[in-house]
Design a protein around this ligand. Structure first.
Ligand code: NDP
Length: 495
């Protein structure tokens, strides 16, 4: 066993109650990435391809990759899986990139283990070159069992733990999970993954907001009418019933990802982009946020029925394999969040996400208030100024009323569009980059993970009590007809 410092008994409660006090940087660069759940969907479809781009960019030099799982695989089978997931990056790499990918692949090993058995994880980590990052690409219940099983045996304190969503199933379970993780390693070595926004997108939002004198003075309740954050998918269930049917759109997307986007749109300017400043400001906005379920329409839910999306027939949600229709799982959810502070009082933040919709959309839409007085004599549009921020590819679109060609008194809509900074890394490559370099900026801090559950819990309770009807919409439509929404116009370029 190594001479590294070990942690395994007692709870580092300061990291739970005073998150700002933890050390900002992790101990050193990760040498070994251990993926638990090597045979799973996340590993093959997202993690390994993300890692491949990171390796070929030269940002994972000297990294060893280790796979582990309950399948009785050997190294050859695991390497065949790596080959499949690395293939696209291999094809498009230069010689140097290909060599780097090949080296990681050729030295990668597989371990057939039951991570829920006491001491197994500890023993495996001790046999690897540290610091080790343990990626829990496991069903959430198995991840929890694995952490519980490792606690009495401990882990080196410089180990990074990478936890996937969902982080708990409610505030209390998230809290208990946080306590369990704090027994293993310090908070700054825990990465709760939120891959929805990559680092480039986060900094695109912050750059746009805080580097332009014209935006910040109007970025408040005096000038903004409403803010919408939308993630509409044209994919249906895609064989993910095992996870999704117990989660639904609110838990899957809004509770985590969309609340984070909202926080980035609403936070006050941090003095630096250091993770501590940034995450303190994100936490501050979320602490001020709530959903008043007593207000009619503050939450809506719906489930898709049979339909067709771009010529593809989609069955009724309840007829999808593995779905239990009696659970009443929503495939489309919308909530209206209030941010109870001086800047945002009175401005609705509408968060919406759904599956099997006709138009794919991943954007934030900021609608400004009308002007106080439009001089008599103008005719035509007189529609509100709107700013749209598209995510992946990142774009900015400003809709203005102008005196277009022709009649000088007639207003026309003008649209200014800009493409924003893009990165060659895939979202999971950006996540792994943060993990390997010890930068938790993109990770969700313990207090923030719990607060996101606090915000949505009243909605979950109201839905469980059937206080909000479960509506229906045909797959391929834009949601229930009665849902008035301003999201129904043209998609952003590249969406
Ligand atoms: P899968 O069910 O596809 O894979 C789970 C993996 O865990 C399998 O390799 C499985 O091996 C392994 N496993 C299960 N039990 C044990 C055990 N006791 N010991 C060791 N290995 C075990 O799940 P996903 O890959 O889809 O999801 C993994 C995590 O990622 C989940 O938390 C999910 O919520 C999250 N996630 C997934 C996304 C996705 O698109 N797939 C997107 C975002 C998050 P075996 O097959 O042998 O049981």
């Amino acid at each position: 066993m190594s001479a590294r410092k070990w942690q395994g008994v007692g709870v580092n409660t300061s990291s739970l109650t005073e998150p700002g006090t933890v050390a900002a940087t992790a101990d050193k660069r990760v040498r070994t990435l251990l993926i638990l759940g090597a045979s799973g969907d996340l590993t093959g479809r997202l993690l390994l391809p993300g890692l491949a781009r990171l390796i070929r960019s030269g940002r994972a030099k000297g990294l060893s990759l280790v796979g582990a799982g309950s399948d009785p695989w050997d190294d050859a089978k695991w390497r065949a899986r790596i080959d499949e997931s690395f293939a696209a990056a291999m094809e498009t790499s230069d010689e140097q990139g290909r060599r780097a990918l090949q080296e990681v692949r050729d030295t990668s090993t597989y371990h057939h283990i039951d991570v829920t058995a006491g001491g197994v994880l500890t023993e495996l980590v001790a046999s690897l070159e540290g610091p080790v990052a343990i990626y829990f690409a496991l069903p959430p219940t198995v991840s929890q069992l694995a952490c519980t099983a490792a606690a009495p045996f401990g882990l080196p304190a410089d180990t990074r733990l990478v936890m996937e969503k969902p982080f708990g199933t409610d505030r209390e379970s998230a809290h208990q999970l946080n306590i369990g993780l704090a027994k293993l390693v310090p908070e700054h070595n825990i990465h709760r993954v939120d891959h929805f926004l990559g680092k480039a997108t986060v900094f695109n939002i912050l750059g746009m907001r805080f580097a332009n004198r014209i935006l910040e003075p109007v970025w408040n309740n005096l000038h903004i009418d409403k803010v919408e954050v939308i993630f509409d998918e044209d994919l249906a269930l895609e064989n993910r019933a095992r996870y999704y049917d117990r989660a639904g759109a609110l838990r899957d997307m809004i509770q985590s990802h969309l609340l984070h986007v909202m926080a980035l749109l609403a936070l006050n300017a941090p003095s630096t982009l250091h993770e501590r400043d940034l995450r303190d400001h994100i936490g501050s906005v979320l602490r001020a946020s709530s959903i008043d379920v007593g207000v009619p329409g503050s939450s809506r839910r719906a489930r898709y029925t049979a339909g067709s999306i771009k010529g593809r027939e989609v069955p009724d949600y309840t007829a999808e394999p593995g779905v239990d229709g009696s659970l009443g799982t929503e495939t489309l959810a919308e909530v209206t969040v209030s941010i109870n502070n001086d800047r945002w009082a009175g401005v609705p933040f509408i968060l919406r996400s759904g599956k099997a919709l006709g138009v794919k959309r991943k954007e934030a839409l900021i609608t400004f208030k009308p002007v106080n007085h439009l001089p008599d004599g103008f005719t035509g549009m007189d529609t509100p100024t709107r700013l749209r921020i598209g995510f992946g590819p990142d774009t900015l679109q400003l809709d203005l009323d102008v005196n277009g060609p022709g009649d000088m008194f007639s207003l026309d809509r003008a649209t200014l569009t800009a493409e924003l900074n893009a990165t060659d890394l895939l979202p999971y490559g950006e996540v792994l980059d943060g993990v390997l370099s010890g930068d938790p900026t993109l990770s969700v801090r313990s207090d923030i993970a719990e607060d996101c559950w606090r915000i949505v819990e009243p909605v979950l309770a109201a839905w469980a009590a059937n206080e909000v009807p479960l509506e229906e919409y045909p797959a391929g439509s834009q949601g229930p007809q009665s849902w008035e929404t301003s999201t129904l116009d043209t998609p952003l370029p590249g969406a």
